[in-house]
Write a protein that binds this ligand. Structure first.
Ligand code: CAA
Length: 258
């Protein structure tokens, strides 16, 4: 029930939707918008009726990057003092699956925001990229790290050093996005997929997300131990009993999130 100015939120069944909403400037991410996105994500994360979060953009783009107007006159001391990108670390603490639905441009900071999502569905017209080098700067909200971990050094160097755009087709080929759809059906298809996850056992979903994210940070052995503990943990849930009993009884499970 917050009065957001830079985003729009709406609930579709068990799915919480967040839409970036400054279409006149292609949803350029200013500090207020990022702060509203973080608040809305955290509110959905705490709301037991919401199972999955979708992040999208209104107008003709997902977003064209950080707000250049807000940054152009900054100096290093004010950037360091403000240290605005540390706020983005809060995205890593969201426990529910976050799906990005990207159409049009997802550039610079907006590509970084997209890379913070757990999965990305994109319109065929989606274009990703890090144009920061053209502005005399570089990605600063995770781009050099997240893209490199995702696609490896070779393509990350090529794309970030040249600033050239990545088509939805190339993004799919390199595993940056999960699927592409015609723009008209992108939201419908993303919601359909989100619904599938929303009907799974919530604690299993939560521990699966947590464990997969550990694979990015942890060495294999530590990651495997983490996974194993989570697997054992799930035998403390009623949903594990329900899921396995339903299988034996040849019926659909009715998961309760307990
Ligand atoms: N910041 C502020 N305003 C922006 C913006 C941005 N990142 N991107 C677009 N806009 C504004 C434009 O200035 C324009 O406003 P006016 O109508 O007042 O002129 C409006 O949005 C529409 O944009 P265009 O007329 O440029 O639209 P286009 O279709 O011709 O071009 C575009 C689209 C190629 C995306 C082009 O707008 C563009 O290159 N934008 C900047 C992209 C960019 O460099 N992003 C990286 C920002 S730095 C960053 O993100 C740092 C980080 O790591 C966090």
């Amino acid at each position: 029930n917050k009065n957001y100015e830079m985003i729009e939120t709406s609930v579709k069944g068990q799915v919480g939707l967040i839409e970036l909403n400054r279409p006149k400037v292609l949803n350029a991410l200013n500090r207020q918008m990022v702060s509203e996105v973080l608040s809305a994500m955290e509110a959905y994360d705490e709301n037991a009726d919401i199972k999955v979060i979708i992040l999208a953009g209104k107008g003709r783009a997902f977003a064209a990057g950080a707000d250049i107007d807000e940054m152009m006159d900054a100096d290093a001391v004010s950037m360091e003092t403000l240290n605005q990108f540390t706020d983005w670390d809060r995205l890593a603490w969201i426990k529910k699956p976050v799906i990005g639905a990207v159409h049009g441009f997802a550039l610079g900071g907006a590509f970084e925001l997209a890379l913070c999502c757990d999965m990305l569905f994109a319109a065929e017209n989606a274009e990703f990229g890090f144009p920061e080098v053209n502005l005399g700067v570089m990605p600063g909200a995770g781009g050099t790290q997240r893209l490199t971990k995702l696609v490896g050094k070779t393509k990350a160097m090529e794309w970030i050093l040249s600033g050239k755009r990545i088509s939805a087709k190339d993004a799919l080929h390199h595993g940056i996005i999960n699927s592409t759809f015609a723009e008209e059906v992108l939201m419908e298809e993303t919601l359909k997929f989100a619904d599938t996850i929303a009907n799974q056992a919530p604690i299993a979903v939560r521990l699966i997300k947590e464990s997969i994210l550990k694979a990015v940070d942890y060495p294999l052995y530590e990651g495997m131990q983490y996974e194993r503990k989570n697997f054992y943990m799930l035998f403390a849930t009623e949903d594990q009993k329900e899921g396995m009993r339903a299988f034996k009884e040849k019926r659909k499970p009715d998961f309760k999130g307990k």
